[in-house]
Structures are given as structure tokens and as C-alpha cells.
Design a protein around this ligand. Structure first.
Ligand SMILES: Cc1cc2nc3c(=O)[nH]c(=O)nc-3n(C[C@H](O)[C@H](O)[C@H](O)COP(=O)(O)OP(=O)(O)OC[C@H]3O[C@@H](n4cnc5c(N)ncnc54)[C@H](O)[C@@H]3O)c2cc1C
Length: 436
């Protein structure tokens, strides 16, 4: 019976952040439950199987960042491959090779010689760049202040947009996104059978540590009294008691769940959050019509295309899964976005419609609920200082990480904080840091 159950840690949300927090809390000996409103766990990292093809919710690449390190440390296998970075760019309606190596440096018609040298110079400099020096300046200020050649600037806007999905160079903090690009240059991972396979492994790991799960159960409120968390109540009328609650869902959800949240830090974090969305068209093609054109940056169009099957197994029947993404600003128009996605495919894989085996179109999906911006943003979490025992995690609770790396890093911060608070209480207020 749910009514009388008591947990050390209750986690609302079974996406990457929730499952990561669950593994860490249970591994530290805490009686832990994850509550997920959907039928399946995984959140935005789930994969849908359709006509023998594994479709992520839009193209997903695992960078060599916090999530990769965390999951490796958990012992997840993360089967997949590293895609080649041989790339094309779309400029004025035409495809051109981008200079990513010696051969393409000679072949690329896009840059002048001076531009080519500046571009490869930057690619070489990236791994050693002190990106933290640029945490407080905007991406536009960094690009305009550091890159001379106008076409190299255009390409950098495109590369950095692709690595973060953000279309706001005047607002976006340069440091975190430059770090993400440096991680991308180390090589990303495309996962066999999609990110859903990684989430299955993560769930399995959590179960091994004794985590309990309740799916198809929507949290209705986080109960707190006199500034202390008491438990969680659900839409079906049941409730649980918990010493600690981690909300691993969107900031707006967190505010809705917590009575009087507007007067707490949750209200500030919700107000400052800027949501990032994208339109995604994923197609399974029986074969590519232009096999050399598999990885394409839109330079003067806010689009990106990648054949994820070039490095991972995403179908049972040999179909090639090509993901096309349209980065969205504040205004979105699903029909216009679909036309733009299809016309990108027309340019890169002409005749693709005759090879179409299956497809998935997501007109507007939240890629992340917030990003690091230079408009006086405060880092959310790990704890909600006004309510003892309440924590947040998720891709929006970033302290400098991006996307899924923010989800795992914030989950770790939340669990470390709650463990440290217990140690502190036991030791009458001495400051301890606990690493999980
Ligand atoms: C198109 C697209 C492409 C992306 N590409 C990349 C990429 O290449 N690399 C990368 O690093 N990241 C990428 N991301 C981002 C990555 O998918 C997310 O950062 C990550 O999955 C977010 O995990 P999360 O746990 O923070 O949130 P979510 O996955 O949103 O999890 C929150 C969970 O909370 C549940 N929930 C909400 N309310 C309640 C409630 N009241 N009760 C119970 N449960 C509730 C939700 O159902 C959900 O399962 C991409 C995302 C998208 C959409």
C-alpha cells in the first residue's frame, strides 16, 4: 500500500536526472523511490521503436562530459560508435565541404585561405582554451571579439548553436558552450538502439541498488510544514512520507508542486528560465541517395542534419536513420518548420522520399528548460534553501554544464547535498562534504 510507505528519498521524475539521483541515493544506502507520471521511464531520453527503427526524440549525441563519465562509473556499457566529423555546410542554398582535416581543407570552397587557416587554428586551440574565462560574456561578444574572418564567424555561430540548440548568441554565456564544443571535438557517441538503451541500463542499475519505481503516477504536491519536507501526495489520492524529496522535473512543474513556491528560490529559478525548443524530423531511409553527405550544418539556415546510423545500430533492417533538426526561436510555425526540414533533406539526400521506410516528426519539443545566460542568472539548486529536505535536479539546474550533462551533474549535487546535510546534523553543525 502506498499510503503508509515511508522513504528516505522520493524522486519526482524518471528522466536522466531522476534515475541518476536514484542510483546515487540508493547506492549510498537510502531507501529510494522514483515517481514517473508516464508509462515508461526515460523522459526526453526515451527511444520509440517503429517499423524496426529506433527513433530517439530527435537526434541525440552523448558528449564526453559529466553524463558519459557518470554512466561509465556506474558500469553502463554505452554501446555505440563515434561518428566521423567530415562535414558539409549549407550556405546560400548550396552544400559545401567544411574544412575539418587536411583533405577537406584543400577542397573547401567556403573559406579564403586566410579563413581556412584561422578555422583550423581554432579547432587546434580548443582543447587548451581556458573557457571559464568566458563564462560571463555573451557568445556574440566572444565570437566578434576573437574571430576575424566573417565566414569563420558564421561557421562558429552554426557549430556552437548545434552543440547547444540555443538560438540566442546575445544572451548565451560563451564559456559553457565553448566547453561543449571542446567536448564535441573529443568525439561524441551515437548509441546503439538509441538513448532508450542507456535508460534501460540505468533503470536496471537503480533496481540492483533496490530503488522502487512507480510509473503512471503523477505527483500532485510536495508536502511541507514549518519549512520542512514531509512527503509527496499523488493525483490518485495516495501519498508517501519522505525525509528528502528531489524534484527532477521542469522548473514550472516544481513551482506547481510546491505550495507557496513563488516565495522561495523555486520562483526565482522558474522566472529566469528560458526554454529551448526544436522541431525534429527523423527519417529511416532504405538507402542514402548521397552517401557522402551525412553530416551537415546549416550556416545561413538554423538547421542541422546527421545520419546517426553511420556510427550506431538504429534499425533491425539496415535502414539509415537520418535526423534533421530545426532550431527554434521564440516564434514557431509547425508547417513552416516541417517544410524547412524537408527542403533540407531535398538538398542533402535528393529523392529521399522514394527511399522512405518510416518517419517521426516532432513539431516542437523542449530540448532543455534553461541554459546558461548572461542576464544575471543564479545557479538553481541543489537544495531549495527555504524548505529543508527539498532539492532540484534536471537539465535546467545547471551550474555550468549543458543538456544531459546538467541533468546528471545536478542529480549528483542534490544527492551529495542531502547526504552532507544528514552528516552535518549528526555532527552538530560541522561542515562536511560528501562525495557519492
Ligand atoms: C530534440 C532533442 C535533442 C537533444 N539532443 C541532445 C544531445 O545531443 N546531447 C545531450 O546531451 N542532450 C540532448 N538533449 C537533451 C536531453 O535529452 C535532456 O537534457 C535530458 O533528457 C533531460 O533529462 P531530465 O531528467 O532533466 O528531464 P526529463 O527527461 O524531461 O525528465 C523529467 C521527467 O519528469 C516527469 N514528470 C514531470 N512532472 C511529473 C509529475 N508531476 N509527477 C511525476 N513525474 C513527472 C516527466 O514525465 C519526465 O519523465 C536533447 C533533447 C531533445 C528534446
Amino acid at each position: 500500500m502506498m499510503e503508509m510507505q515511508k522513504f528516505d528519498v522520493a524522486i519526482i521524475g524518471g528522466g536522466v536526472a531522476g534515475l541518476t539521483a536514484a542510483v546515487l541515493a540508493a547506492r549510498a544506502g537510502k531507501k529510494t523511490i522514483v515517481i514517473e507520471k508516464q508509462e515508461r521511464l526515460g523522459g526526453r531520453a526515451m527511444t520509440n521503436k517503429k517499423d524496426g527503427t529506433y527513433f530517439n526524440l530527435g537526434g541525440h549525441a552523448l558528449y564526453k562530459g559529466d553524463a558519459y563519465d557518470t554512466f561509465r562509473e556506474f558500469g553502463l556499457t554505452l554501446k555505440g560508435g563515434k561518428p566521423s566529423i567530415d562535414a558539409h555546410g549549407i550556405w546560400q542554398g548550396e552544400l559545401s565541404v567544411l574544412p575539418t582535416g587536411i583533405g577537406s581543407l584543400l577542397a573547401s570552397p567556403l573559406f579564403t585561405w586566410k579563413g581556412k587557416l584561422e578555422f583550423v587554428g581554432w579547432l587546434a586551440k580548443f582543447p587548451k582554451l581556458d573557457t571559464h574565462a568566458y563564462d560571463a560574456i555573451s557568445l556574440r561578444d566572444w565570437i566578434e571579439g576573437n574571430i576575424q574572418d566573417p565566414m569563420v564567424r558564421h561557421v562558429f555561430y552554426s557549430l556552437l548553436r548545434t552543440a547547444s540548440y540555443v538560438m540566442a548568441p546575445d544572451l548565451q554565456a560563451a564559456g559553457p558552450i565553448l566547453r561543449q564544443l571542446a567536448n564535441a571535438l573529443k568525439g561524441v557517441l551515437y548509441l546503439d538502439e538509441g538513448w532508450g538503451a542507456m535508460m534501460d541500463e540505468l533503470e536496471e542499475k537503480a533496481r540492483q541498488y533496490g530503488v522502487q519505481f512507480r510509473t503512471k503516477l503523477k505527483a500532485a504536491a510536495v508536502e511541507h510544514q514549518d519549512g520542512v519536507v514531509k512527503g509527496v501526495s499523488f493525483e490518485d489520492g495516495t501519498r508517501i512520507e519522505a525525509d528528502h524529496v528531489i524534484i527532477a522535473a521542469a522548473p514550472a512543474v516544481a513551482c506547481k508542486l510546491v505550495p507557496h513556491a513563488d516565495g522561495t528560490s523555486l520562483g526565482v529559478w522558474k522566472e529566469q528560465a528560458i526554454e529551448v525548443t526544436a522541431a525534429c524530423l527523423d527519417v529511416a531511409l532504405r538507402k542514402l541517395t548521397k552517401p557522402k553527405q551525412q553530416f551537415v550544418y546549416g550556416i545561413d539556415r538554423p538547421v542541422f542534419l546527421t545520419n546517426q546510423s553511420r556510427a550506431s545500430k538504429l534499425s533491425d533492417n539496415g535502414a539509415q536513420v537520418v535526423c534533421v533538426i530545426k532550431y527554434q526561436g521564440a516564434e514557431t510555425d509547425p508547417e513552416k518548420d516541417l517544410r524547412e526540414l524537408e527542403s533540407t533533406l531535398d538538398l542533402v539526400q535528393p529523392g529521399w522520399r522514394s527511399e522512405l521506410a518510416s518517419k517521426q516528426f516532432l513539431p516542437k519539443i523542449t530540448v532543455c528548460h534553461d541554459f546558461l545566460h548572461v542576464r544575471g542568472r543564479v545557479n538553481p539548486g541543489p537544495d531549495v534553501p527555504e524548505i529543508k529536505g527539498l532539492y532540484v535536479a534536471g537539465d535546467w539546474a545547471s551550474h555550468g554544464e549543458l543538456l544531459v550533462d546538467a541533468a546528471t551533474a545536478s542529480a549528483r549535487r542534490a544527492v551529495e547535498h542531502l547526504l552532507a546535510s544528514e552528516v552535518k546534523e549528526r555532527n552538530f553543525g560541522h561542515g562536511y562534504r560528501v562525495t557519492v
